[in-house]
Design a protein around this ligand. Structure first.
Ligand SMILES: [Fe+2]
Length: 235
C-alpha cells in the first residue's frame, strides 16, 4: 500500500516489470547527391576529329570570358555545328543524360518519372581547352537541371594517373558536415579524366578543375540539360 508521501510525489515502490523490447535499426540515406559516370569505348576516331575541330574553333572564334575558367571556353552553341563528330557526341550525351535522369529523378522527386508527360531535355554545350597552368574555379551551372562533361583528350593517361593535376573535383554540398570532421572524412570527390569518360552531376553542385600542368592539352565538352516545363514544379 502506497504511503501518503508516495501518493504526493508520484513515486512507486512496485518492482519494474521484465521488459522485452525488440529493436531494429536500418540505415536511411537522406539527401543523397546522385551523380553518374560513363566510360565510352571506341571513341578514338570521334575524339581525333573533335580535337581537330576544337583547335580550329579556338583559332577562329574568340572565347567567352566566364570568370571561372582560365583557358579557352567556346560559345555555348557547340552542338549547333554540323561536324559529324560533334553531332555524334551530341547523340551520346543525350543518351547519357536520359540514363542519368532515371537515377537522378528517383532520389530527387516523389513523382515517378513515368508520370511526367512530354519529358524533353534542352541541351547546350561548350568546349573547354586547358593548357599549362589553366584551371577552373569553383562554380555551378545556373539555369540548368543536370550537367555533364565529356573528356576528348587529357594529358596521356599513364602520366595523368600519377597526379591530381587537371582532375575534376565535385564539392560536398553538405557544408555543415565539416564542422566536426571525422578521421579521413569523405568530403570532395575527385575524378581523374580519361578520354571517352563522362561525369554527370546536378547543375547546382559546386565543382572545379585543379590546375593542369606540363605540356599537352586537355579538352572537355561541358553540357547543360534543362528539363521541359512539364518536369518542373510550376508554383
Ligand atoms: Fe562547370
Amino acid at each position: 500500500m502506497e504511503s501518503s508521501a508516495d501518493q504526493l510525489t508520484g513515486a512507486s515502490s512496485a518492482t519494474p516489470p521484465k521488459l522485452e523490447i525488440q529493436s531494429h535499426g536500418s540505415p536511411v540515406s537522406l539527401f543523397p547527391t546522385v551523380c553518374f559516370i560513363v566510360e565510352h569505348q571506341g571513341t578514338e576516331p570521334m575524339n581525333d576529329e573533335l580535337v581537330r575541330f576544337c583547335l580550329e574553333q579556338e583559332k577562329n572564334q574568340p572565347g567567352l570570358q566566364t570568370g571561372s575558367i582560365r583557358g579557352y571556353h567556346s560559345n555555348r552553341q557547340f552542338f549547333d555545328n554540323d561536324n559529324w563528330a560533334v553531332q555524334k557526341l551530341k547523340e551520346l550525351m543525350m543518351g547519357n543524360a536520359r540514363n542519368y535522369l532515371q537515377e537522378f529523378w528517383k532520389s530527387e522527386s516523389m513523382t515517378p518519372l513515368s508520370n511526367v508527360k512530354d519529358l524533353a531535355l534542352q541541351i547546350s554545350a561548350w568546349s573547354v581547352m586547358l593548357r599549362e597552368g589553366d584551371f577552373s574555379k569553383p562554380h555551378i551551372h545556373p539555369i540548368s537541371h543536370i550537367s555533364g562533361v565529356y573528356y576528348v583528350i587529357t594529358k596521356e593517361s599513364d602520366q595523368q594517373s600519377q597526379s591530381d593535376e587537371g582532375n575534376l573535383v565535385l564539392v560536398d554540398p553538405r557544408i555543415r558536415a565539416s564542422v566536426a570532421p571525422l578521421k579521413d572524412q569523405k568530403s570532395n570527390a575527385m575524378f581523374s579524366p580519361k578520354a571517352g569518360m563522362v561525369v554527370m552531376f546536378p547543375s547546382w553542385l559546386d565543382h572545379f578543375v585543379l590546375p593542369f600542368k606540363g605540356e599537352g592539352l586537355r579538352i572537355s565538352i561541358a553540357c547543360n540539360f534543362v528539363l521541359s516545363p512539364s518536369a518542373i514544379q510550376d508554383d
